[in-house]
Design a protein around this ligand. Structure first.
Ligand code: DGJ
Length: 715
């Protein structure tokens, strides 16, 4: 539900208010739309006045230093623009001023127009009633009779109160090492978080969070944050301008972007979702998780909890056969898996990563009667069945490529750079889009699939679209992603029970755009349970644990050779959506018994883990010997605290981990997740206040050990 918008006819000040947050803007005497407030809720009659700026010096004309809600590149602007345009006659000056506003379906629409040329920008604002998270996007319209080339376009520019003590948190990484959190001071140097890769990428996340040094901590102080709902190349810029105002701009990456707007044509940006919390980094991420569940993820509040899945990739790689998969499925069912996923290798002549992407027909040597016998067995074992696909790619060694070599992104006469021996199909082409939709639709229908794992294992190189008109070729950055969303949404519309996982060699395409069609994501190919604690900590800064899959795999781990006990692997993976990816053929009875116990224990608390409120009691930072993470169910009735030890030291820290988020006045009984005795000194029941003031700690010893406490409210 959206918040009420206050923007009466004739008003010069507009505001959106919800959940303790106010966002306001106003038109000054010269017609500029200025940001007036984003943060703590203001009183209804607080003074909000947009005053025209005066020239600061000969170097800073008035227009260029006016904090504009969405500046055009013109009038000497030296900050990041919202939009930059070039007109057919060579003019490149765009000055946007207020023209009109209206409220439509709880959305505030404010129209800006150039002072002279027939170009308008309509800014759209909605605010989520439950969290105060603001959605902003922009639509540029060519109202003239000549084409207008757009060289840059942001979804939004945001302005924070003047200050010199801001710090930026952001997330970056690479394949198998995603989700590292960084902190940087916000100064006059522009910090750019971006992808030039055609998709979101493993590099920078399209997410930011800004706090104030000395004021913002895990549970206290102001945080302004946001994430772009876009799965293509993006750019987020953060800088303090020469008047001390922090400006955040977010939108299409201008690198290689251009869109020539034909007369009467419009271009709409994706949405930047941005929130404010007074509750520190933790409060901000809890609000954003809640917002994602309510407003972004498929199914909304009614979404199913993530089933425990088994995936055969780490066990078998490409070596999949009917008998081999049936053997794994039987073992997965024994430990309580609810979904069986057949990963890469089931189609065409796919015996490694050199061939067959594009040929989505079942390999009859591996599955002589198709997938039906495997699916029937999986279902008889009480699980549903899912399949891996990588639809946007093609190997040059494939029937599809031999038939349609022109279907890939390329520049004629130039090399076609391969990544993992594959090329990228040009989804911007409608014939490619229609082909993929037809193939996937048939695959899902013919096999009645419950789940698709949608992978994407390389980035763009030569991003050419030679059959488009010369002035339209750079539209590929937008048209590709829109067609991808079209396929995903259409598949879900045609198959309402189908669930999907977004994967891109691990976490290379996680963003609020793809999450609108994805029930879950694969955060990283790194499945080492210790590395995963840091990865999961980074991931949940931005995104909900509800979508964060984590597998228990073999030890030593493929990524780093680390050896870890099975219990530790489970306790790490149970902090998101639990999956099993180990080679169960190598397990003995003791492992099956332990795994069955952990899976059953997980099912008792998964609602709390996936949909609850996450508290970082003691984050798993790189040098931390121990860490603790807690999840409290939305109604406060259940909580679970995971305590993890990297390695015992002769100076082991006995400080209790203090609970958070409990109902102070209620009584909570405590027990060990998965069974076992409470450690000495931990009482079986006490008030929420007691657990939060006194805390508790498992006496963990050795290397890579862990435990989890479950709190059940009794009154
Ligand atoms: C990359 C994914 O992240 C893996 O989980 C697996 O599906 C492989 N691709 C298969 O090629």
């Amino acid at each position: 539900m959206n918040a009420r918008v206050s923007a009466p006819a004739g008003a010069r000040v507009f505001r959106l208010d919800a959940a303790g947050v106010t966002y306001a803007m106003g038109v000054d005497e010269r017609g500029y739309l200025q940001p007036l407030h984003w943060g703590l809720a203001l009183a209804a009659d607080d003074p909000l006045i947009a005053r025209a700026a005066a020239e600061l010096s000969g170097f800073d004309p008035a227009g260029s230093i006016t904090a504009q809600e969405f500046p055009g590149q013109g009038e000497g602007l030296v900050a990041e623009p919202g939009v930059k345009a070039a007109f057919a006659d060579g003019n490149r000056d765009l000055v946007l001023k207020y023209r009109a506003h209206r409220v439509e379906d709880d959305a505030l629409l404010v129209e800006l127009a150039d002072i002279d040329r027939p170009v308008s920008v309509t800014l759209r604002y909605v605010m989520d009633a439950g969290t105060g998270v603001l959605g902003r996007s922009a639509t540029v319209a060519n109202e003239g009779i000549e084409p207008v080339r757009l060289d840059r376009l942001a979804a939004a520019v945001l302005t924070l109160p003047v200050g010199d003590d801001y710090c930026l948190h952001y997330l970056s990484g690479r394949h198998a090492a995603e989700w590292t959190r960084h902190t940087a001071p916000v100064g006059p140097a522009l910090t750019l978080l971006e992808s030039r890769r055609g998709s979101t990428g493993h590099g920078n996340q399209p997410w930011f969070a800004v706090g104030r040094d000395g004021l913002t901590s895990e549970e206290h102080g102001p945080v302004w944050y946001g994430a772009l709902a876009w799965s293509g190349s993006f750019r987020i810029g953060v800088a303090r301008d020469n008047l001390g105002r922090v400006r955040v701009s977010a939108g299409y990456n201008p690198h290689d972007f251009a869109w020539t707007l034909k007369p009467a044509e419009v271009l709409e940006t994706p949405v930047l979702w941005a929130g404010y919390s007074g509750g520190g980094w933790g409060g901000a991420s809890r609000d954003f998780h809640r917002f994602q569940a309510a407003r972004i993820l498929p199914g909304g509040a009614a979404a199913r909890l993530r089933p425990v899945l088994y995936n055969s990739w780490e066990a078998t790689a490409f070596d999949v056969t009917l008998d081999g998969q049936v053997a794994l499925a039987e073992k997965a069912a024994r430990i309580g898996a609810e979904r069986f996923v057949l990963d890469d290798g089931w189609f065409g002549e796919r015996h490694g990563d050199r061939a067959a992407l594009g040929d989505w027909t079942v390999n009859r040597a591996k599955f002589p009667d198709g997938l039906a016998p495997l699916i029937a067995r999986v279902r008889a074992l009480g699980m549903d069945f899912g399949l891996w696909v990588e639809p946007e790619m093609v190997n040059p060694d494939s029937d599809l490529y031999r038939a349609h070599p022109d279907w890939v992104l390329h520049h004629p006469g130039r090399p076609r750079t391969e990544g993992r021996n594959q090329l990228v199909l040009n989804l911007a082409r409608d014939d490619v889009r229609d082909h993929l939709l037809a193939v996937l639709d048939a695959l899902v229908r013919d096999h009645d699939l419950a789940f698709l794992k949608w992978d994407y294992n390389r980035n763009w190189t030569e991003a050419g679209w030679p059959d488009a008109a010369a002035e339209d070729r750079q539209r590929v950055h937008v048209a590709y992603v829109r067609n991808l969303y079209h396929i995903l949404s259409e598949l879900r519309r045609r198959h309402p029970a189908l669930e999907m996982e977004a994967c891109s060699g691990g976490g290379g395409r996680v963003d609020l755009g793809i999450l609108a069609w994805s029930d879950q994501v694969w955060p990283s190919d790194n499945t080492d349970p210790f590395d995963r604690l840091a990865i999961q900590d980074g991931f949940t800064r931005a995104y909900s644990p509800q979508v964060m899959m984590a597998w228990v795999t073999d030890s030593p781990n493929w990524a780093n050779g680390r050896r870890t006990p099975l219990d530790y692997r489970f306790l790490s993976a149970m902090q998101g959506g639990l999956g099993i990816g180990a080679n169960l053929n190598h397990w003995g009875e003791a492992e099956f018994a332990a795994a069955a116990r952990w899976v059953a224990a997980y099912k008792e608390v998964r609602g709390t883990v996936q949909r609850g409120r996450l508290y970082r009691i003691d984050p798993p930072l790189d040098d931390a010997a121990a860490s603790a993470t807690m999840y409290v169910s939305a109604d406060g009735g259940q909580a679970v605290m995971f305590q993890m030890l990297r390695g015992s030291m002769f100076r082991d820290d006995p400080t209790p981990h203090r609970a958070r988020g409990l109902d102070a006045a209620a009584t909570y009984a405590v027990r060990m997740l998965g069974g076992g005795l409470l450690p000495d000194g931990v009482p079986p029941r006490a008030s929420g206040a007691w657990w939060m003031a006194r805390g508790l700690r498992a006496p963990l010893k050795g290397d890579y050990s862990g435990a989890a406490f479950v709190f059940d409210r009794e009154n």
